[in-house]
Design a protein around this ligand. Sequence first.
Ligand SMILES: C[S@@+](CC[C@H](N)C(=O)[O-])C[C@H]1O[C@@H](n2cnc3c(N)ncnc32)[C@H](O)[C@@H]1O
Length: 126
Amino acid sequence: MSNRTLNLTDPLYDYVLAHSLREHPAQTALRDATRGHERATMQIAPEQGQFMAMLVKLTGARNTIEIGVFTGYSALSVALALPADGRILACDISDEYTRIGKPFWAQAGIADKIDLRLGPALARRR
Ligand SMILES: C[S@@+](CC[C@H](N)C(=O)[O-])C[C@H]1O[C@@H](n2cnc3c(N)ncnc32)[C@H](O)[C@@H]1O
């Protein structure tokens, strides 16, 4: 896991972001809000979020599961790519982390697509 793609020089990574990353303003704002967090390196890379969104669109997914939300960047990326009736079952054990992302989900207008469950993800298998 890394919050940037590995094995790229800084100039090449900057080029990738400048020329291929298309973020919703709420995604950019959520990355900014997470940057100073003591566990910020847990956040996925923005290009990974964009890749996940592409997979959602390519597969026509309507329902997805996320295990490990942190501040919600990947959930936001997937929710933006899902159709209007799409849903994410999102699991995390931390209210402290996940509540950081909720205002940005609302800002993007996709909060109703994310069903956040707090608790160990495995415990949901019943
Ligand atoms: C690498 S971070 C997830 C990054 C996130 N997908 C993002 O886009 O920023 C891992 C997350 O898993 C959560 N976690 C750890 N153990 C868990 C468990 N048993 N069930 C659900 N979530 C868990 C942690 O609280 C943490 O927020």
